[in-house]
Design a protein. Structure first.
Length: 266
């Protein structure tokens, strides 16, 4: 296992290049499984989607926004494209999509240049998150505390299994965060959404993952939407920024449950 991650680290360094800096490597992140494919939204030349994440290593710092990550397992995240004639194609994630930290350890962003999709004849693209997916921070030059093969093996193996049990399968709180994530991806990344767009985001979230979500999650998500809708209507916040805070609070609570379980020796 250690050799596997040593080879992975070498591949990361060769494929992406080592970035300069003297800060210690941030946390390995777990990307929470999705019940349904998440559509990438295209704007300003990039097609992207936000995904829910948690920290697997509480003894390391949260990543800065934009920190590049790579998959621990190449099969964990999958890209499905819909061609211009309506057929579906599986696309290789590695070499096409990038993963970056988005809001601390609570969310990551998957991005693909729009021109790459156009060249492949893809008019819509979706990302699917399987079970026990982990992403690893790319290494930096001069890192005083790099991620070792042993660190990576522990985080993406036994620790990810604990997170899968307590967070991915974590009941109403996780499912409410999933519904909030649907709304976040349905809203414009910049500026204020019009009323029609706000209500459309809620309707999309309301209908999402209906057969899988925990009872009570939809009511909690609706309460969050209404509260954030009211805040956005006063001009204090945008709906997306408010829902992002609510999403992060929900998944942050689940992350705390995971951290406490580690302390208790679960």
């Amino acid at each position: 296992m250690a050799r596997k991650f040593a080879m992975a680290a070498a591949t990361i360094a060769l494929g992406w290049g080592l970035s300069a800096g003297a800060e210690a490597a941030p946390q390995v992140l777990a990307v929470v499984a999705t019940y349904q494919p998440v559509e990438l939204t295209c704007a300003h030349g990039q097609c992207s989607a936000e995904l829910t994440a948690i920290c697997l290593q509480p003894d390391r710092a949260s990543p800065a926004a934009g920190k590049r990550y790579v998959l621990a397992d190449a099969g964990g995240l999958r890209i499905v494209g819909v061609t211009r004639n309506g057929s579906r194609r599986a696309l290789a994630f590695t070499g096409l999509a990038t993963v970056t930290a988005f809001r601390g350890h609570n969310a990551v962003k998957v991005s693909i240049p729009g021109r790459r999709l156009n060249a492949l004849g893809i008019r819509r693209a979706y990302v699917e998150v399987g079970q026990k997916v982990s992403v690893i921070p790319t290494p930096t030059i001069g890192d005083p505390r790099p991620q070792t093969p042993g660190d990576l093996a522990l985080a993406t193996g036994p620790l990810r299994a604990v997170a899968d049990r307590l967070v991915d399968r974590g009941g109403a709180a996780t499912d409410t965060a999933r519904i909030a994530r649907v709304m976040l991806n349905a809203l414009p990344a910049r500026g204020r959404a019009r009323e029609a767009a706000r209500r459309a985001a809620w309707q999309k979230a309301r209908l999402s993952e209906a057969g899988r979500r925990t009872p009570g999650a939809l009511n909690q998500a609706r309460a969050a939407f209404e509260k954030c809708h009211d805040a956005a209507s006063t001009g204090v916040l945008t709906l997306r920024s408010c829902l992002g805070s609510r999403h992060d609070s929900l998944i942050g609570g689940q992350n705390n449950t995971y951290w406490n379980a580690l302390k208790a020796g679960s």
